[in-house]
Design a protein around this ligand. Sequence first.
Ligand code: PFF
Length: 446
Amino acid sequence: MERGQFSSRAGFIMAAAGAAVGLGNVWGFPTQVASNGGGAFVLVYLLLAFCLAYPALMAELIVGRHARANAVIALPMLSDKPTLKLGGKVVGIAGLITVAVILSFYAIIAGWLFAFAIEPIVSFLGFTDAANWLTQFSLSRNIIFTLCFMILTILIIGAGVNQGIERWSKRMMPALVLILIALIGYMLTLPNAMVGLSHYLTPDFSQIFDGQLIISAMGQAFFSLSLGVGCMLIYGSYLSSNENIVKAGAWVTLLDVGLAFVAGLLIIPSMYIAAHFGVEIFDADGALLNSDTLIFTILPALFEQMGAAGPIVALAFFILMSLAALTSSISLLEVPVAYVVEAHKKPRALTSWIIGALVTALSLTIVFNFSWLFGLVITVTTKYSQPILGLFFCLYAGWVWHRNGALAEIKKGYQGAENGLFWKVWPWYVKFVCPLFIIVMFVHAL
Ligand code: PFF
């Protein structure tokens, strides 16, 4: 079987960051900040992203590059004991199922982005009713755009041209950063921006030990870095042995966390600006209304303030965000498809359509039962399933795999790794700190 490989470290970093950067950064993170007490969530998130998610990411990347296979095959390879082999397989398969469920809700939100990207054009052409339909929550809109997004994802994965898509992410991501920064500059000139900014940047220290806040931040960090489901393990399996894997992983983490932070810097103050201009963001008690669709209320309110430039900025922003969601959704669908293609030697296109159809059926089930199912599916997969599976990836990398195996893998692209800081800290870290932390946090929260 032929396995592709990234031609350079920069290629790998852009591809893996393209998979990591998506709705988690621009929709998930700001929504969580807004629902979980502002600055306190930001602080806990940053700590967890660097101190917990980064080591867990490294576990997946290193195991993946060592095994040069997907998680269902890679985890059992780390041990000779039949029970541990079976356990590894079960964890890998649980990851495949989780990834499919994540994609099912992801497609719904990404569909909204598509609709919002088309709206400025439809509006410009004078079709006011259609423009309203695109931006208002309705069953028909949700069905149509979820289908569009899923079909596009399936076509790309089925054709196996995702490497080509990674080339877009090289251009898309800098453009996204630029537009976010320009919007932040503009936003800061509007009334009430400073109130929002201080809410974002000033942590209320009395909240940072709140159990629910901590596990929400942990889930968000695992979701944003695509952990626990074997996605990053696959990216590691495509990384060349000549590359310094420690640095590559650090870059992916920095880019992903940096982008989430910048998105929050735009969206949280924009909430307060929108509220100033009469958009209903909070209820009478100051609690957040409609958190799921928060950014779809706030950003258009911000664009509206921009006068004639508004529709152009809206168009550019939502197109870039749709692309960011697409580079993540293809990495989601790739996980189960790559497994079936590699392990069962099935044709790629057919496999993509079959798995894609199953995910779409689940998406539509959520669309039809949105009020209770949407939030539930997100909570189960991102808040619980991803960190718990991430825990098992750490256990396999730290306990099941022999220490020397991991060191040998790291040293391939990083001479003298055994004397570096990473090797002094990481093996103990994945062995004790990450698993203990994840367990303690769950116990504390429950
Ligand atoms: N990290 C992606 C985001 O932040 O939007 C979501 C994601 C992609 C989660 C791939 C899991 C995954 F395997």
